[in-house]
Design a protein. Sequence first.
Length: 752
Amino acid sequence: MENSKLKAFIPLFYLVWSDDLLSKKDFLTLQKFIISQNWLYKEEKETILSKIAISSPPSREVVANWKSEIETILQKNSLVKSIFDISILLSENDEMIKDNRSAFVQLENDLGISGEEALADFKTIANTFTANYQTNDSFEVEKLTKILDGNQSGIIKKVKSIISKPEFAYETSTDTAVYREKVYDWCKILAKENLGNMAYPKAYGGGENIADYFAIMETLSYHDLSLVIKFGVQFGLWGMSIQSLGTEKHYSKYLKDIGSLRLPGCFAMTETNHGSNVKGLETTATYNHENQTFTIHTPHEKAQKEYIGNAALHGQMATVFAKLIIGETDYGVNAFVVPLRDANNFILKGITIGDCGLKMGLNGVDNGTIRFDNVVIPKENMLDRFASVNDKGEFESPIPSDNRRFFTMLGTLVGGRIGIPRSALAAAKSGLTIAIKYSNQRRQFDPEGGTEVPILNYRIHQRRLLPLLAKTYATHFALQYVTKRFINKSESEMPEIEALAAGMKAYSTWSTTNILQECREACGGKGYLSENRIDALKNDTEIYTTFEGDNTVLMQLVAKNRLSEFRKSFGKMDAMGIINYVFENAKTAFSEKNPLITRKTDESHLIDEEFHLQAFHYREKTTLASAAKRLKKLIDSGLDPYDAYNVAQHQMIDVAQAYLERIVLEQFQQAIPTIEDKNCKEVMMRLYQLYALSQIEKNKGWYLEDGYMEAVKTKAIRKMVNQLCWEIRPDAVSLVKAFDIPDSCLGAPIAF
């Protein structure tokens, strides 16, 4: 085609024939357009129509020549923005063509040609930023690992060294009996390394270091999660119940043997009919003053202890939670040490043990049921730190309130609600490491003329994984904070710490469940293969949302704690009190709801830490005040408080969620200034910003309903989340490498 006007049609010819097929609809659209153009001569129209004749398609050589002409133009002109720009350049800036811009653009629309997509068909890989983007470390991985490990770096390295040894190679047998024995053997190795007794007093062979114990639990979670739970039941629940609820006579009698695993045991709280409602347990411990004993009894089948770790095979003793009965009086739930098996592992008289059998996951743990048929134990087997029976056969307690005594007893066991979310966090880190490392290598699709592109370069894949990576880092710092609060606790802080631990247990385990599902899908069919371990991580952590307290129940415990704090400040609950609470921060109340602020979209504002914190605080306070106001209204209308709480349960969950999100945000914020390395700090700041904005985006419906933000702002936030994902992508692999998960533990072939 030498005619400049005819050359203007080459991009359209190429696009409609590039798939070797011109549809009848496309032909009619083009035909109608060509005939209607009065600036074309009759001969020119006939020539153009001949190029689109369905009965006489162009040869592959002709189509290739068209494309070559277009690519030549693009290589010389990098600022081309549309198909029509190409037509202008091919026509050598023919004025007639320029004058018909609107007609050509309309034709593109009628043909369903998207300018940006069509341009991509002409570009080579050298011209696509998507294809050129790649991993490019901006910080030293080892320095970030050191920041994450903190003061527990030494014990973490020791545990990683142990679980990387050949004897810790994963058990691949599908025989549950084989798997259980392997997990038990692993626990014995860890006990010999003095890891099990790390939290116990030094006087009883322990390390007297609870911070190291939690670090051990989290680090072991990079390996087999059945091992983690077996380890946690033996040395945490069983051993720590003795340490927390017992006294000197119990410590000297049991702790050394528990720490060395010479005395395997159980924590027997949950019953078939009662899980979360510990106060409702029906197992009884009846005191017999005449012979100074207790009789432990299961009154009916539904009162049997159920889902008890270590029970089905290995447990020789158990801490049993039962109602203390003296005479005709029920003194509530207390804890007792009850033998289950003798030294040869034979089940003792009066004890009936069942096996829970195959489970969704954690099949290396021998969960079982336990029933007691009038089992007699000596008086000294009552764990009597908070309650006891005196020499006269009378109940005694240093805590006069039954309610307070009960919650004080349970509060000493809150450590489990720190260990489990940290274990869940490690599982999330494993899943993200597998998925992100795989997506950096897995290639799919390519620009014309180029090679396939790593799927981590695609914006939607970044959107799937990188906000979850940011949330995992945020959760890491939040759980470090909860651990420190628990270790350095004072009695007055305990209600708040218990609520915080309960809430973070729910927050972390729910997060892990969601993260692992996304990781599985992001790995496609490879993620479905057992060899790549995501299935084991998913199945094993499913129960994390349920044990140590059902998450939904725990979230309501958190909400009730927040309401309790609210009442301390505004006991009268009048309208002004509520308003004062919600708007105690005048800056948030008035400047942030100023129309100029609700619509503010500049980048410096969107990534500002103060904006994030105020937005999270505002949602927390408003949600809490709304729930309090509704509860008061329901109760004032004559509804029983129990029913009122039931009616408002969904709001209670919102209260807890808003509180926890604010805590997590604050801890991420506060962690960044402590980072000394400039490069680490920069990437962590971007990760923090991604967490903050992705959480606001998740809750954008609430902010829009409340009028705190307008649509233009939430759209800008969405755009900023996309941009942050793009900026973080080159460091994504390094960010998961910083978790420093041993290769043997990661295990997944697709991660290497």
